[in-house]
Ligand binder design. Structure first.
Ligand code: ZN
Ligand code: ZN
Length: 104
């Protein structure tokens, strides 16, 4: 999915994050560093596919991205509710697990 269009969306998303938060993005699951050249963006929503808006995308590192998709794959019930809401719940739960496991 490394089309010029997607790279442009990523660049635009990154600029928006920095201007909103005044800091570099970090993984929404573990808080680890995220970089534009190698970080993943997870689709919180497919509502605007191809013209993704800022809130449609979430920064995740590769390992946490795999975890998010693993949760999606284990329970078909996630697909029956709104995708953005499902992602918020999944990521909230993974983040709690991460904190409980003694993140530093
Ligand atoms: Zn992470
Ligand atoms: Zn994803």
């Amino acid at each position: 999915m490394a089309s010029p269009q997607w790279l442009e969306i990523r660049r635009h998303w990154y600029g928006e994050w920095v201007s909103r938060y005044g800091a570099e993005p970090s993984c929404v699951v573990c808080g680890g560093a995220w970089h534009l050249d190698c970080g993943d963006l997870h689709h919180r929503s497919y509502r605007n596919l191809g013209q993704e808006r800022f809130e449609d995308l979430l920064p995740v590192d590769r390992a946490c991205h795999d975890r998010v998709h693993a949760v999606w794959d284990t329970n078909p019930a996630w697909r029956r509710i709104d995708r953005a809401l499902a992602n918020d719940l999944i990521i909230g739960s993974l983040r709690r697990t991460h904190l409980e496991n003694g993140a530093t």
